[in-house]
Design a protein around this ligand. Structure first.
Ligand code: ZN
Ligand code: ZN
Length: 254
């Protein structure tokens, strides 16, 4: 029994990491900031997998996220710990996200380039159908064992929501601030979130496909992007140059 629970927890953590990498590479770097261009096949695969693993509607995620960049830590930011408080963003990020996604005018304004198409209307706008398909797939993996499926789904959900909240909460509260603004760099968080913990870097150069700026920083999703590039499944449109943070501080102080 214990072994089964352990396997279910590990599968939940693994599927969470798949969703985390899809979020940073597809929703964030490709759709929101256009730092990457994906082949049609890869784009459709990512769209399907994000639907099954999170139920997120990409144009809503992109709209909320672009608004965060437009109003970072000032009135209008959908999830600023400075305005809402650290714990509210860390523990109730879903509610803040839903409030942002429900603002249709805002979503239409910030996601103009991602209008709903036929696939959205038939399939991808139906979050519950996607999540049910994801749970069905897990049930197949576990040969019909419902207990293991529920444990893995629970671990996946809690870990995914907790880590994404941490990017918004911790990533604007604690850590190094090599660049102007409240966003911070935390390498430990970057290891857990496919590089997203290097949040100060990201706010300094939002259109960069690579979030690590120096040789001492590691962006795990960049390794995956590099592999996709070698396989010609995607193209990188913009890369911030490698920097020494000491040089950045000196430039800011000058
Ligand atoms: Zn931010
Ligand atoms: Zn961004």
């Amino acid at each position: 029994m214990l072994v089964r629970i352990l396997i279910a927890v590990l599968v939940g953590l693994f599927t969470c990491q798949i969703a985390i990498f899809l979020t940073t590479v597809f929703l964030h770097r490709t759709l929101s900031h256009k730092a990457i261009t994906m082949s049609k096949g890869l784009r459709f695969a990512c769209r399907t997998l994000i639907w099954m693993s999170t139920g997120i509607r990409p144009r809503e995620w992109v709209g909320v996220h672009r608004k965060h960049h437009a109003y970072t830590d000032v009135t209008g930011d959908p999830h600023s710990p400075l305005l809402e408080g650290f714990w509210k963003v860390q523990l109730a990020n879903v509610a803040l996200y839903r409030r942002g996604a429900a603002d249709k005018l805002s979503i239409d304004r910030y996601s103009k380039d991602l209008p709903a198409d036929r696939w959205d209307r038939v399939l991808f706008d139906r979050s519950l159908v996607g999540l049910s398909a994801g749970i069905g797939l897990l049930l197949l993996v576990f040969w019909g064992n419902w207990e293991m499926t529920l444990i893995a789904s629970g671990v996946h959900t809690v870990a995914y929501l907790g880590l994404n909240s941490a990017v918004n909460a911790v990533g604007h509260s604690y850590g190094k601030r090599p660049f102007a603004g409240l966003a911070t760099n935390n390498q430990w968080l970057a290891w857990l979130t496919g590089g997203e913990g290097l949040h100060s870097n990201h706010h300094a150069a939002p259109t960069s496909a690579r979030l690590s700026f120096s040789r001492r920083e590691f962006d795990p999703a960049w390794w995956l992007v590099s592999l996709g590039r070698r396989l010609r499944w995607l193209e990188v449109r913009h890369l911030a140059p490698r920097l020494s943070h000491g040089a950045v501080r000196e430039a800011q102080a000058a």
